[in-house]
Design a protein around this ligand. Structure first.
Ligand code: HEM
Length: 457
C-alpha cells in the first residue's frame, strides 16, 4: 500500500498535469535522463503527463532491480496505444502472466543458445544473398538490411523462403513495422494515455491523423500475423512444409487447442516483426561508424585478410580468430544502442530499494545511455574498439549484454541477432569498402547522421 511517508527517488520537480514532459528532449529522452542523473543521481523519478516513471541510469542499478528482484520487475506497463495500434499480439508487450509465460517458452525453445546454432547455415546463405543485393543496388542498402533480418526469421519460423528482393510477405512486415516505428512513439503513448478521450474521436476528425495511422497499422499487423501462418499451415496439410519452428510446434499439438495455437501464431509474428527487434538498425549504425572511422575499417579488413585469406568468405568458425572484428562488433552495439530505453518493465508490487519507494505499477526504464558511462567507457562518444582489449592484448569479457535488456524479460532473440549481425558485418568488411558517395565533381558528399525516434531507432 502506498504511503505518503515513503519517499520516491529524487527527480526534477513535475508541473501540475504536465509533469516533466516540457523538460525532456523528446527526440532523445535518454540524453535528458543522463543530464538529470548529474543532478539527482542514477535512480530518478519523473512523470510524463500521467505516466509515472523510474529511470535507471546505471547498469548496476538495472541488475539490482530488474535481475536480482525480477520477481517484482518483470511486468510491462499496459498502454492504451498497444490495443489502438493492433499490438496486443506482441510477446514483448504482454503483461507478466500465463500468456506471456507460454509465449516466452515457445520463443525460448526456438531461439535458445543451442537451438540458434542450427540456423547458422540459413544465416550465412542469407548474408551471401545480402552481399549480392548490396552489389546490385547499393543505394537500397537500408532495404537490404531489413530484408536480411526479416528473411532469416521467416525461414526459421515459417519455413518460408522469400524472394531475394521485394518479396510480398517481407514487404508486408516491413510496411507494418515502419508504420509502427514511425507512429507508435513514446510521446504519443504518453499523450494518449493522459487524454484517453482521444481514443474515441473518429478517424476523419481534424487532428486525428494518428487514428488513421493506427487503423492502417491494425490492418497491416493482422496481415503480418495471418498470411505467413496460413502459408505454413497449408504446406503442413499438403505435406510439403519445410522444417521450421511452426511446423515443429504445430506438429506437437496432440489435439485442437485454440489458445495454444493462438500463442504459437502470435509469438511467431512477434519474432517476425523483425524491424522492431533491431538487427537491421545495428547494421545501419555499423555502416555509419565505418564511414566515420576509415582507420578502424581498414584495420578490421587487414585482420580478415590475414585470417580468412583470399578466395572464400568468412564463416562462424573464424569468429574467435578475429578479435579486432569482434571488438568492432561490440563497440557498434555500445556506441549507439538501438533500443535506447529498452522496453519498460513495470513493478508488480510496492517495493523499497535502498530507501527509495517504488510503487506498484510504476514503469522502470533502463536508460541505455549507461553504455556511455565514462567510468566504464572513457571517452564514451568516441568509437574505440580498443576499449575491449585487456592489458594482455586479449579481448576482455564485456560483451555489452546490457543492450539486450535484463532479467526475465531479456531479449529472447539475442543469440540469433548476435550471429546475424556479426555475419553481416564481417562479410561486408570482406568484400566492400564503405566510403562516402561522390558528387558530380568527384568531391565526397558529407554525411549528417539523423536518428529516428521510437522504441527502436
Ligand atoms: C541486435 C538486435 C536486437 C536488439 C538490440 C534487441 C534488444 C532487445 C531489448 C533491449 C529488449 C527488452 C529487454 C528487457 O525488457 O529488459 C528486447 C526484448 C525482446 N526481443 Fe530483442 N533485440 C534484438 C533482436 C531480436 C530478435 C532478432 C528477436 C526475435 C527473434 C527479438 C525478440 C525479442 C522479444 C520477443 C523480446 C521481448 C521479451 C519479453 O518481453 O519477454 N529481439 N530485445
Amino acid at each position: 500500500m502506498a504511503s505518503k511517508s515513503r519517499i520516491l527517488p529524487p527527480g526534477p520537480r513535475p508541473l501540475p498535469v504536465l509533469g516533466n514532459i516540457l523538460g525532456i528532449k523528446l527526440a532523445e529522452p535518454w540524453v535528458t535522463y543522463m543530464e538529470w542523473a548529474q543532478v539527482h543521481g542514477n535512480i530518478i523519478y519523473s512523470r510524463l503527463l500521467n505516466q509515472e516513471i523510474i529511470i535507471l541510469n546505471s547498469e548496476k542499478l538495472a541488475r539490482d532491480l530488474l535481475e536480482q528482484r525480477s520477481y517484482n520487475y518483470s511486468d510491462r506497463p499496459q498502454y492504451p496505444t498497444i490495443d489502438l495500434f493492433g499490438m496486443t499480439f506482441h510477446s514483448a508487450l504482454l503483461a507478466y502472466g500465463s500468456t506471456w509465460r507460454l509465449h516466452r517458452r515457445l520463443l525460448h525453445q526456438a531461439f535458445r543458445t543451442e537451438a540458434a546454432l542450427k540456423y547458422r547455415p540459413i544465416q550465412l546463405r542469407r548474408v551471401h544473398q545480402f552481399l549480392l543485393n548490396l552489389l546490385e543496388a547499393p543505394k537500397e542498402y537500408v532495404d537490404h538490411m531489413n530484408t536480411l533480418s526479416t528473411s532469416i526469421i521467416m525461414e526459421v519460423i515459417y519455413g518460408y523462403n522469400p524472394a531475394p528482393r521485394h518479396d510480398p510477405l517481407v514487404t508486408v512486415v516491413e510496411r507494418a513495422s515502419a508504420t509502427l516505428t514511425r507512429e507508435h512513439t513514446p510521446e504519443r503513448t504518453a499523450v494518449i494515455g493522459a487524454l484517453p478521450f482521444l481514443l474515441h474521436i473518429p478517424p476523419w476528425f481534424p487532428g486525428a491523423a494518428f487514428k488513421r495511422s493506427a487503423l492502417e497499422c491494425q490492418k497491416l499487423t493482422v496481415e503480418m500475423i495471418e498470411a505467413p501462418f496460413e502459408y505454413t499451415k497449408q504446406n503442413i496439410s499438403a505435406g510439403i512444409a519445410m522444417p521450421c519452428m511452426l511446423s515443429d510446434l504445430l506438429g506437437r499439438m496432440k489435439e485442437e487447442d485454440p489458445s495454444y495455437e493462438l500463442a504459437i501464431k502470435n509469438s511467431s509474428a512477434t519474432a517476425f516483426s523483425g524491424r522492431l527487434s533491431g538487427s537491421s538498425s545495428v547494421l545501419m549504425v555499423f555502416m555509419l561508424v565505418m564511414l566515420q572511422n576509415p582507420d578502424v575499417q581498414r584495420k578490421a579488413q587487414l585482420e580478415i585478410d590475414a585470417v580468412v585469406g583470399q578466395g572464400r568468405l568468412p564463416d562462424f568458425s573464424d569468429r574467435t580468430s578475429l578479435p579486432y572484428v569482434e571488438a568492432v562488433f561490440r563497440e557498434t552495439l555500445r556506441w549507439h544502442p538501438v533500443v535506447p530505453l529498452g522496453i519498460p518493465h513495470a513493478a508488480t508490487n510496492d517495493d523499497i530499494f535502498e530507501g527509495h519507494f517504488i510503487p506498484k505499477g510504476y514503469s522502470l526504464k533502463a536508460n541505455r545511455a549507461m553504455a556511455h558511462n565514462d567510468d566504464k567507457y572513457p571517452e564514451p562518444y568516441k568509437f574505440k574498439p580498443e576499449r575491449f582489449f585487456a592489458l594482455d592484448g586479449k579481448l576482455n569479457d564485456d560483451t555489452v549484454g546490457l543492450v539486450f535488456g535484463f532479467g526475465r524479460r531479456i531479449c529472447v532473440g539475442r543469440h540469433i541477432a548476435d550471429a546475424t549481425v556479426w555475419a553481416a558485418m564481417v562479410s561486408i568488411l570482406t568484400v566492400f569498402n564503405i566510403t562516402k558517395a561522390k558528387d558530380d565533381l568527384g568531391n565526397d558528399i558529407e554525411v549528417t547522421p539523423k536518428w529516428t525516434n521510437g522504441v527502436t531507432m
